[in-house]
Write a protein that binds this ligand. Structure first.
Ligand SMILES: [Ca+2]
Ligand SMILES: [Ca+2]
Ligand SMILES: [Ca+2]
Length: 117
């Protein structure tokens, strides 16, 4: 009887965690695109299976300095970072054309210049 209760409690805990993780977790795909053994691309997919974010380590130092954000599978913003804070922000329109670029010139994490393209 005690074992039965234990199994009941354990399976209850198991089922408590299972649906939560399946529903809450977005899908993350890690890739080593240049086969040097280090992950350099991380792609995030939302619950509908659409790409929502792409992180790239372009120089292979293990830090992901290019982050592209997606809306309806189209990129709308790209952040580039050389020092741990974003220093270039690029915005795209529906045709994926660059419409705006902001730069942080003094590296305080806030944009200082804005260009429309
Ligand atoms: Ca790599
Ligand atoms: Ca890097
Ligand atoms: Ca600044």
């Amino acid at each position: 009887m005690r074992n039965f209760l234990l199994i009941l409690v354990l399976s209850g805990i198991f089922f408590l965690f299972l649906p939560g993780t399946v529903l809450a977790k977005e899908n993350i795909v890690k890739q080593d695109s240049d086969n040097d053994g280090k992950i350099d691309r991380i792609t995030y997919f939302d619950r509908a299976g659409k790409i929502s974010k792409l992180e790239k380590d372009s120089d292979g130092d293990g830090r992901f300095e290019i982050v592209t954000l997606f809306k309806d599978s189209e990129p709308f913003e790209q952040l580039k970072d050389s020092n741990g804070k974003p220093d270039v922000w690029e915005e795209y329109d529906d045709t994926e054309a660059l419409i705006k670029r902001k730069r942080d010139l003094d590296f305080d994490g806030r944009p200082d210049t804005e260009e429309k393209t």
